[in-house]
Design a protein around this ligand. Structure first.
Ligand code: UD1
Length: 416
């Protein structure tokens, strides 16, 4: 298993180009199943999760090619509607094929994703609301069996704005030749990107402030689509600039997708400048302490919580971070403590007493964003850190060590 060896202490200076969004491309890849056509997706990041979704589409009968950030997906010969356990268990986002397969075939069989390092993560909301749209659902041998029937209702109201449930509902609704309303829907930019894709393919979707209206079409067509930039990757590098007291230009970042994150970067004392092609972060001093609570978009993203724990670890004062989206998402706290951070956890609340310096140490990554936090901490720490299990990072950060190296970090991948 690969490790990163980091010598901390270098301020990051220069330009990093932000890759395409992982969480936008995965549902769009699933949605291509509905087209029975050829789709071209541009600005696709080369990530393990994208490879896993490609494998799943190939398993279903699609022809998938990836060259130069472009994915060509031909779904004409797709004949299967079953997402097997082996693929779903390696990536939870595989459940996003559920809505698309239902749309294409009127039925689907999808393995239950099971537990996950950052909490139980059930799919009860996906199933409850698909059922309200007329889908018959049964559970057997660890699989969900879904069968489209006549829909009694054309409006569903989500009690919680689940991103994945909203996406599955949008895809299924895009196949129904009538209007469906999804109220209380997620508002993440990735939802808008999926809406843009489905609309280009022939459905009609408006998504505004958690109110999504879908007018479906019998047939969706293959189109060309460019994926939005990855706001979490951009936010991670913004936090790295603040933590190392650097000066980074994040080329291609969309400040309009990063509101809550940039506000906290600026509250921490860094200067945030919007530029014609991205954002610049300039930090000169020790970060100020912060209070933040993770929330569904447009609130502060849970996917940035770990990175901000690394930032506040060296903050000037005591910070309080509350995690409301996932239970059990503080696994990085114990590893950061091994580097000298002073963190106390009580349920969903972390209290971080800032220390002047972190110290390099061997640490182990438990999940994708926890890994990002440990890399950031290693970049700021005094001395050498060895980060184990970087395969978690390869799921969601494209060429992370190369990008960091290009702006002055001392980081190397050791292949074991
Ligand atoms: C997506 C993102 C993930 C991000 C998360 C929250 C992708 C591929 N992943 O995950 O990076 O951290 O949004 O912004 O886009 N829940 C239920 N029942 C359900 C569905 C969800 O209880 O049926 C709970 C989950 O356990 C979790 C919370 O709702 O506690 C948020 O989950 P959700 O918004 O669905 O996240 P994902 O779509 O899985």
């Amino acid at each position: 298993m690969d490790t990163f060896v980091i010598e901390g202490g270098n301020p990051l200076r220069g330009t990093i180009r932000v890759s395409g969004s992982k969480n936008a491309v995965l549902p769009i890849m699933a949605a291509t199943l509905m087209t029975a056509d050829i789709t071209e997706i541009d600005n696709v990041p080369n990530l393990r999760d994208v490879q896993t979704m490609s494998k799943l589409l190939t398993h279903l009968g699609a022809d998938v090619r990836f060259t130069h950030r472009r994915l060509f997906i031909n779904t004409r010969k797709v004949r299967s509607w079953e997402a097997p356990y082996d693929l779903v268990r390696t990536m939870r986002a595989s459940v996003l094929v559920m809505g698309a397969l239902l749309g294409r075939f009127g039925k689907a069989r999808v393995s239950l994703p099971g537990g996950c390092a950052i909490g139980a993560r059930p799919i009860d909301l996906h199933l409850k609301h698909l059922s309200a749209l007329g889908v018959e659902i049964s559970l057997k041998d660890g699989y969900v069996h879904l069968q489209a029937k006549h829909a009694p209702k054309s409006t569903v109201r989500l009690a919680y704005p689940s991103v994945g449930a909203t996406e599955n509902l949008m895809m299924y609704a895009a196949s129904l030749s009538r209007r469906t309303v999804i109220a209380g829907a997620a508002r993440e930019p990735e939802i808008d990107d999926l809406a843009a894709f489905l609309t280009a393919a022939g459905a009609k979707i408006t998504a505004r402030r958690g109110h999504v209206e879908v007018s479906g079409a019998d047939r969706l067509a293959g189109v060309q689509h460019r994926v939005i930039p990855d706001r979490i990757e951009a936010g991670t590098f913004a936090a790295a600039a603040a933590l190392t007291r650097g000066d980074l230009h994040l080329a291609g970042a969309r400040p309009d997708h990063l509101g809550a994150v940039l506000k906290k970067i600026s509250d921490a004392g860094a200067r945030v400048e919007e530029e014609p092609d991205g954002v610049r972060i300039v930090a000169r001093n020790r970060p100020r302490s912060l209070t933040l609570t993770t929330m569904p978009y447009p609130g502060f993203p849970t996917d940035m919580q770990a990175q901000f724990m690394a930032l506040t670890s060296v903050g000037d004062g005591t910070s309080v971070i509350t995690e409301t989206v996932f239970e059990n998402r503080f696994m990085h706290a114990a590893e950061l403590s091994r580097m000298g951070a002073n963190i106390a956890i009580d349920g969903r609340v972390a209290v971080i007493k800032g220390v002047r310096d972190l110290k390099g140490a061997p640490v182990t990554v438990s999940d994708l964003r926890a890994g990002a936090a440990l890399v950031l901490a290693g970049l700021a720490a005094k001395g050498r850190s060895v980060v184990h299990r970087v395969y978690h990072l390869d799921r969601g950060y494209e060429s992370m060590e190369k990008k960091l190296k290009s702006v002055g970090a001392s980081i190397a991948r050791r292949r074991n």
